[in-house]
Design a protein around this ligand. Structure first.
Ligand code: C5P
Length: 404
C-alpha cells in the first residue's frame, strides 16, 4: 500500500517567494493519491495565484475565515485532515503559530487541527538564525509539531546560507516516511516502565537514583508515533508526556510500579522495561522524620520485586519483552545472562564507559542483543529519540506489516 494514498492533507501556504515550489508539492501529492485542500494567507496570493492551486487540487482555495463564499469552517478543516503541512512558513507565520496569534485562516486551522502538523520554514539566513526565530521553532517542536529542515544555498536576497524552503521531494518524503512508520505498531498495546523509583526511609528521605526518565519517555513518544496505544508507568521524574495515545501512571516506589505493571502487562503485546528500579528498599519506614542521634546509623534493606523478571515469567507466546542493562564490566556477557534469566526477547545495553550515554543525558549509545540470535547490534551515540527508533525497529520483524 502506498503510504499517501487516500490521505487527507491540508496544505497551508504563507507569503514567501518560495510559494512556487508548493505547486510541485501539491502535484506530487495528487499523483500519490492524496486528497488535498489548499489554504493561503492573503500575502501568499501575491506570489502565486490561488487559481494555480485550485486547478491542481481540484478544490477551491480559501484565504480568509470569512470570504465571498461565506464562512469557511476552520474547525471542520482542522478535524478533516490526516496531516497539515504549513509551507512555506515565514518568520511571521512561525511567530504567530508559536504564540497562538490567530489572525489568518491558516492560524485558525492550525489551532483547530488534531492531526500531525509539518512546518517547513523559509526565510533569509539572518532571519532564520535570529534567536527569536529559533526560539519559536523550539516552541513549535515542544507543541508536538514536526519541522521539515530548511535547505542551504542561494536565497532570494542573493545571499548564501540556511533558510531555503525544503525541496518538494523532501517535503513529500517527510510525509511518506511519517505515514509509513506510523502504521507499523497500529493496534498494538505497549507497557513501558520509566524513570527512577524512590524508596522512603521516613516522610522526607528516600533512597533513589539519578535516572531522568528521558529514555522511557522517548520510547513512549516513538511507540505513539507508530500508532501504538502506550501505557507508561513513570517513576518520580520531573518530565512527563502529553500525547493522546499515551496514558501515564505516576508511581513512587518499586512496589507501586510492580503492581501497575503487572496489572497492565496481561493486556499488552509488548513490555519495555526502561525504569531504573531500586533493587532494595528500607525494611522499615519511619512514620516521623528521623532525628540525628548517634554517630552511625544503620538501615536494613530488603529486596524489591524484580518487575521485569516477573513479567518475563508471565509472558504469553504472543507477547514480547524488552529489558535494559547498564553494565560496567564484561558488558555483553552480563547483558546476555540477564536476557536469558528474565526471559527477555531483547536487551538494550548502555555502557557507563561511553561519554554522553546513560542517565540524564539527551543522548545514548546502545548495543542490542536479541534472544533469537547471537549477533550484537552496535549503534553510534545518538539522541534518545533516534535511539528509541532503533530499539523499535527490532519489533518490525516481530509483527511484519500486519496493518498494511
Ligand atoms: O538486574 P538489573 O537491574 O540490571 O536489570 C535491569 C532490567 O530489569 C531493566 O530492564 C530494569 O527496568 C528491570 N528491573 C525491574 N525491576 C527491578 C530491577 C530491574 O524491572 N527490581
Amino acid at each position: 500500500m502506498l503510504s499517501l494514498s487516500g490521505k487527507r492533507i491540508v496544505i497551508a501556504i504563507s507569503g514567501s517567494i518560495a510559494v512556487y515550489k508548493m505547486a510541485f508539492v501539491v502535484r506530487l501529492l495528487i499523483k500519490k493519491g492524496a486528497d488535498v485542500r489548499v489554504i493561503m494567507t492573503p500575502a501568499s496570493t501575491r506570489f502565486v495565484s490561488p487559481l494555480t492551486f485550485s486547478t491542481l487540487s481540484k478544490y477551491p482555495v480559501f484565504t480568509e475565515v470569512i470570504s465571498e463564499e461565506g464562512w469557511n469552517n476552520h474547525v471542520e478543516m482542522g478535524l478533516w485532515a490526516d496531516a497539515m503541512v504549513i509551507a512555506p512558513a515565514t518568520a511571521k507565520t512561525l511567530g504567530h503559530l508559536a504564540h497562538g496569534i490567530c489572525d489568518t485562516l491558516l492560524a485558525a486551522v492550525y489551532l483547530s487541527a488534531k492531526c500531525p502538523v509539518f512546518i517547513a520554514p523559509a526565510m533569509d539566513l539572518d532571519m532564520w538564525a535570529h534567536p527569536a526565530t529559533q526560539r519559536n521553532i523550539q516552541k513549535l517542536i515542544g507543541y508536538g509539531n514536526y519541522i521539515v529542515p530548511v535547505g542551504e544555498g542561494e536565497l532570494a536576497s542573493g545571499l548564501h546560507g540556511a533558510g531555503r524552503l525544503a525541496e518538494p521531494e523532501t517535503i513529500l518524503s517527510f510525509l511518506e516516511d511519517f505515514f509509513a512508520v506510523r502504521q507499523l505498531m497500529k493496534g498494538k498495546k505497549v507497557l513501558i516502565t520509566a524513570g527512577p523509583t524512590y524508596e522512603p526511609i521516613d516522610p522526607v528521605r528516600f533512597i533513589g537514583n539519578r535516572s531522568s526518565g528521558k529514555m522511557g519517555i522517548a520510547l513512549a513518544h516513538a511507540c505513539a508515533k507508530r500508532g501504538a496505544e502506550v501505557h507508561l508507568v513513570l517513576g518520580p521524574s520531573s518530565l512527563t508526556i502529553d500525547h493522546p495515545l499515551v496514558q501515564v501512571y505516576r508511581v513512587e516506589t518499586a512496589g507501586q510500579m510492580h503492581k501497575e505493571a503487572l496489572a497492565l502487562y496481561s493486556d499488552c503485546d509488548l513490555g519495555i522495561m526502561a525504569a531504573a528500579v531500586a533493587d532494595y528498599r528500607p525494611r522499615e519506614v519511619a512514620d516521623k522524620k528521623m532525628k540525628k542521634s548517634s554517630d552511625q546509623m544503620e538501615i536494613t534493606l530488603v529486596k524489591n520485586p524484580d518487575i521485569a523478571a516477573d513479567l518475563g515469567r508471565r509472558k504469553m507466546p504472543h507477547q514480547r519483552l524488552i529489558g535494559f542493562a547498564l553494565e560496567t564490566d564484561q558488558e555483553q556477557q552480563h547483558a546476555r545472562g540477564k536476557l536469558e534469566k528474565k526471559n527477555f526477547d531483547a536487551i538494550v545495553l548502555n555502557s557507563l564507559r561511553d561519554k554522553g550515554a546513560g542517565f540524564q543525558y539527551d543522548t545514548n549509545k546502545i548495543t542490542i542483543l536479541l534472544a533469537q540470535d547471537n549477533k550484537p547490534r552496535v549503534f553510534e551515540l545518538k539522541s534518545k529519540a533516534e535511539v528509541a527508533e532503533d530499539i523499535l525497529d527490532i519489533t518490525n520483524d516481530w509483527w511484519p506489516n500486519e496493518s498494511e
